[in-house]
Design a protein around this ligand. Structure first.
Ligand SMILES: [Zn+2]
Length: 289
């Protein structure tokens, strides 16, 4: 359920992604992938080391994979369709989103790495939204998730897909991940202390986060990576509880456009950044202790 990888993009991965990008653009909302589009995928992605692509589709999603992955593709198809609808429901006031997602299911972690041109740690990553807005699944991790876990991961990633129209290089990581987890858990009946278990353990041991998590805190190498996501989730939810979902979207839009954080917080929440952090720490403590 992790952040887009923004590293340099080389080798044939670039070509594969470019082709898939063109493909996803050819699927407006309400259109289901047909044999013609499937043939385009097969022909354009034919390489000696890549098995032929197969696909499953609904009105909301196109799932691409290989023979042998049918079971996993089926497990993704309807939860991902539900996730597109859930994200569309949240995002309906924020402008046009085509309410369609393309999901790529590599057969192995090696193929995943090649697709993403990624050689970093992926052992705990269930899925990634790539810079072109496709959700790429890590089959070995995703396959171990419970149905609820799969739903959360897909909704989180598809929120990143929908947010791409606003996202920029200056979007704070805590805000991007917080928004994605806010939407992923928006209808959840699970208790906060279960969702944010690692952070709750720290809070009950008397340790509160001092600052909003920074970009480096979300890296897989960080032993407190889970807590960084949980801190971000509760920061986004605090914004919603104080000022509403529209305010969360406006904060996202303004910060992604480069507006100073103090200016945004004053306008939307009546708080300085320092005041926001103080309220958020209280909120974390109040909900997790
Ligand atoms: Zn994410």
């Amino acid at each position: 359920m992790r952040r887009p990888l923004l590293g340099s993009r080389v080798r044939w991965g670039l070509m594969v992604l470019a082709v898939l990008s063109g493909l996803s653009l050819s699927f407006p909302a309400g259109q289901v992938a047909g044999p013609q589009q499937a043939r385009v995928v097969t022909e354009d992605l034919r390489r000696p080391e890549v098995p032929p692509w197969i696909h499953r589709a609904t009105r909301q999603v196109l799932v691409l994979g290989h023979a042998g992955s049918e079971s996993l593709m089926e497990k993704i198809l309807w939860p991902a369709s539900d996730a597109v609808l859930a994200v569309g429901d949240f995002w309906s006031t924020a402008g046009a989103w085509q309410q369609h997602a393309t999901i790529v299911v590599p057969s192995t972690e090696d193929e995943l790495r090649a697709l993403l041109a990624e050689d970093g740690e992926l052992g705990r990553t269930a899925a990634v939204t790539d810079p072109e807005g496709r959700v790429v699944i890590n089959p070995e991790v995703f396959g171990t998730l419970s149905p609820r876990g799969r739903q959360v991961v897909l909704t989180h990633e598809i929120t990143h897909v929908a947010a791409r129209q606003l996202t920029s290089v200056v979007t704070p990581f805590w805000l991007g991940e917080g928004l994605a987890d806010y939407v992923a858990y928006r209808r959840s009946a699970v208790r906060d202390r279960s969702i944010a278990k690692e952070l709750a353990d720290e809070v009950r041991a008397g340790r509160l986060p001092a600052q909003l998590p920074a970009r480096r805190d979300f890296r897989a190498e960080n032993p407190r990576q889970a807590q960084a996501y949980q801190e971000a989730w509760l920061a986004a939810r605090f914004i919603v509880e104080r000022a509403g979902e529209d305010a969360l979207i406006r904060v996202y839009r303004k910060m992604s456009a480069g507006t100073d954080i103090n200016v945004v917080f004053r306008a939307e929440l009546g708080l300085t950044e320092q005041g926001f952090v103080a309220h958020w720490r209280e909120y974390v403590e109040g909900h997790l202790r």
